[in-house]
Design a protein around this ligand. Structure first.
Ligand code: C2E
Ligand code: CA
Ligand code: CA
Length: 759
């Protein structure tokens, strides 16, 4: 049989085994003391035995001596081998012993004696080692060793002092001459400490399992690359609502239940925990059967060993309540309590998100027109009701994906997702404006609101929330200026502003380069049809655009200070014309000129007027200043002062556009104008609307009582003229009779025709 030593003890065993027969001889010969006997016999033979016997005896003695020598050499070898074996036994850490074939201890190492807790080695010699063990394991392993196998077994036996110890014993057969097993070498390792530890760990694992089974959290462990799940606690089945067998069949099955929007972030946190070596946390949703959702919070802990992350441990808990509470708090913090729309915070958050996403969208600023008047007249409760209704309507009018907010007051904002073209933006704005414009019931009354909308486009009109906010705000004010109840896209207003700025710079040149001209619109006495006066109206003879009406540039003049300078030019020019007219057409007794509110408040007005009249050398009563009601009312006391100075000069005063502003008859009495100019809006309806006719008749009657002359302007039809005549209007002016015309044309026409009023 092939014998293969498995460890160094096996080698010792082999050694010892091969020397055993010599050991036996050595014992025997050693005891006989053959060497000195041989020498003695050899000496006796040489000196006392006669020839030839003595020669034969000497030869025999010598032969014997040689044999004895050889045996002594063999004995020394055996001795050395024994010493080596003893030394090896002494240094072995385990209990080494040689067992006879019936299982008795033949010899044992000192360490072994200690481990077995025997007082001395002799006490152990010859005891039945196999009898120390309970059960058949020890005997079975021993029998197999006897049959030539290297075997082992684990079991418990008591030491000589009665302590129960756990051992792992390994047997190696020891072979004698002719290859027969003559003894069994046994090495027993004391594994009591390990065994206790295992028991303890088993106990811990049981405790862990008990805990895991009764706790709702899922505990799982995975390899550092997450390729293999090492452990998943039983709560997984309850939380994931998935049998453990599904996970065992496919280790990635857990991820199939994670919401597609959350899985990316979860994986990022898992990898980050490994990369950074620090704990991470992630929230994700589980998509459960019957369209239910469960929020889960995963705490992920990297486990490090030898400086690198070896495993990842995680605890997952149901965070649905926590998330719902948070969401509710978040909703409250981001909702406008009055309307339920998003508040300023939420709007800013959404705007930031949209800007970061970088896709096209429109930001709309919706401002309710004249909301303050509702609050002032109907009270705050009614005002709140109006805001709630408008909020609801805005939301209803929005396309899918749009977000409406109420940042505060009567302002609403809307984010419209793109992409879109000009037309789709306009359509959305019109829809919003129309939704706001429908009547709203408040306290059994019906109010009609309008809103002005400013639009800013991302990224054209701003790349940050702040920039978009400013752009939309400016566009909204452009919509307000355009008359409210409308919308403006930021770009249009920008263009308007640029055009306005350009126009303003050109207007400076207009005054300097004498590009302004005055046209004169004749005024006729209704009764006689005689041409009795003219109104000077400003025109700008623009170098490239041609003759521009005041509507195209007077608002720009008024916004800048240029109106005063232009007004001075008008005064000088009109007064000059009055002088020319007084010579050519003495019947034209008045030249009216328009004074803007700003110019009226300018302290130089009276001076410029006086100088112009003096220079022209005309009767100041031929000049009439047309001032709008609002210019007088803005600052009544100052107005009175200017008016009295102007009147002192002999210049006459007309209240322009009567009927468009306050139309307060009490002011009529207070300012005592010479002329009242009935606005075109009255004249337009006078022939068709009995009410208007009655009002006009009343105004004219009162004016006459106060000694005020009434001029109707914008007369376009014969019916209007006839009605005005019937209500005793004094003078008329309008396209029916003449458009505003250059002075030369007027003089020429008046010279040839005389009067122009058809009777
Ligand atoms: P306004 O003072 O009410 O002038 C009358 C306007 O009505 C003039 O328009 C005149 O052309 C127009 N008009 C007269 N008859 C008719 C008619 O039958 N039908 C219609 N549709 N329109 C008629 P214009 O010249 O365009 O002036 C517009 C406004 O510009 C004036 O309104 C006045 O407020 C302002 N304006 C004109 N010239 C001056 C000026 O020299 N200084 C200032 N500050 N404002 C001026
Ligand atoms: Ca006028
Ligand atoms: Ca007017």
């Amino acid at each position: 049989m092939q014998r293969e030593p498995t460890d160094f003890l096996g080698t010792i065993g082999e050694n010892v085994a091969s020397k055993l027969p010599y050991l036996e001889y050595a014992r025997r010969f050693d005891g006989l003391g053959l060497a000195p006997l041989g020498v003695l016999i050899a000496a006796c033979g040489t000196f006392f035995v006669p020839m030839p016997w003595n020669i034969a005896l000497a030869a025999l003695v010598l032969a014997l001596t040689l044999v004895v020598h050889r045996m002594q050499a063999a004995h020394r070898k055996i001795f050395v081998a024994r010493q080596v074996a003893h030394a090896l036994l002494a240094i072995a850490e385990d209990c080494l012993k040689l067992l006879s074939l019936d299982g008795r201890i033949m010899c044992i190492s000192d360490v072994g004696r200690n481990l077995i807790e025997a007082e001395c080695a002799d006490a152990l010699i010859d005891i039945d080692w196999l009898a120390l063990w309970e059960g058949p394991d020890a005997r079975q392993a021993f029998e197999r060793a006897k049959a030539g196998e290297s075997t082992s077994f684990s079991g418990a036996c008591r030491t000589m002092t009665g302590t129960l110890k756990w051992w792992t014993s390994t047997f190696a057969p020891v072979y004698g001459e002719h290859g027969r097993v003559t003894a069994v070498l046994c090495k027993s390792r004391d594994i009591t400490a390990e065994r206790n530890l295992i028991d303890e760990l088993r106990g811990n694992a049981r405790v862990q399992k008990d805990m895991e089974d009764h706790v709702d959290a899922v505990f799982w462990t995975a390899t550092h690359d997450f390729r293999e799940l090492l452990h998943v606690s039983s709560a997984f089945e309850r939380m994931w609502e998935m049998p453990m067998s599904a996970l065992e069949a496919d280790q990635t099955a857990w991820s199939q239940r994670v919401h597609p929007d959350d899985i990316g972030a979860l994986r990022v946190e898992m990898r980050s925990a490994v990369q950074t070596g620090s704990a991470k946390q992630s929230y994700f949703r589980l998509c459960l059967p019957h369209e239910r959702t469960r929020w889960v919070r995963a705490d992920i802990y990297p486990v490090t060993g030898d400086g690198a992350v070896s495993r990842v441990v995680s605890v997952c808990v149901d965070a649905t309540d926590e998330r719902e509470r948070l969401q509710e708090l978040h909703r409250l913090a981001n909702t406008d309590s009055l309307t339920g729309l998003a508040n300023r915070n939420a709007m800013m958050e959404t705007l930031v998100g949209r800007c970061e996403a970088g896709t096209a969208f429109a930001y709309l600023f919706v401002d309710v027109d004249r909301f303050k008047s509702i609050n002032d007249t109907a009270g705050h409760i009614a005002g709140d009701a109006v805001l709630r209704t408008i909020a609801r309507r805005i939301q209803e009018a929005l396309p899918g994906g749009a977000v409406a907010a109420r940042p505060g007051g009567d302002e609403f904002t809307v984010i419209l997702p793109g992409p879109f073209d000009q037309e789709s933006i306009e359509r959305a704005c019109r829809k919003l404006a129309a939704a706001c414009h429908r009547p709203i019931k408040v306290d059994c009354k019906s109010v009609t609101m309008t809103c002005s909308i400013g639009v800013a486009l991302y990224p054209e009109h701003g790349r940050t929330p702040e920039a978009l906010f400013i752009s939309a705000d400016m566009a909204m004010y452009a919509a307000k200026r355009a008359g409210r109840n409308t919308f403006r896209v930021f770009g249009e207003r920008e263009k308007d502003d640029l055009a306005r700025a350009h126009l303003e710079s050109e207007l400076h040149g207009a005054i300097r380069d004498n590009q302004f001209v005055l046209h004169y619109q004749p005024q006729y006495r209704v009764k006689s049809g005689a041409l009795v006066g003219v109104e000077a109206l400003l025109r700008w003879n623009h170098p490239s655009l041609g003759m521009l009406p005041p509507g195209a540039f007077v608002p720009v003049l008024e916004e800048s200070a240029l109106i005063v300078e232009a007004g001075h030019w008008v005064i000088r020019e009109a007064v000059q014309s009055a002088a020319r007219l007084s010579g050519a057409l003495p019947a034209v007794c008045s030249v009216a000129l328009n004074v803007s509110p700003k110019q009226f408040r300018d302290p130089r007005l009276v001076h410029v007027l006086r100088q112009a009249i003096r220079r022209a050398g005309i009767d100041s009563s031929r000049i009439m200043l047309e001032i709008t009601e609002s210019a007088l009312i803005d600052n009544v006391d100052d107005a009175q002062e200017v008016l009295s100075k102007v009147r002192d000069m002999g210049v006459r005063i007309a209240i322009d556009d009567f009927g468009t502003g306050y139309s307060s008859l009490s002011y009529l009495a207070r300012f005592r104008p010479d002329v009242l100019k009935l606005d075109k809006s009255f004249v337009d309806n006078i022939a068709t609307d009995e009410m208007v006719r009655t009002v006009v008749e009343g105004v004219i009657g009162l004016a006459h009582k106060l000694g005020v002359t009434v001029v109707a302007e914008g007369v376009e039809t014969q019916d209007q003229l006839d009605t005005l005549r019937a209500v005793h209007c004094d003078k008329v002016q309008g396209y029916l009779l003449s458009r505003p015309i250059p002075l030369a044309v007027l003089m020429e026409r008046a010279g040839s025709v005389g009067t122009a009023v058809a009777h």
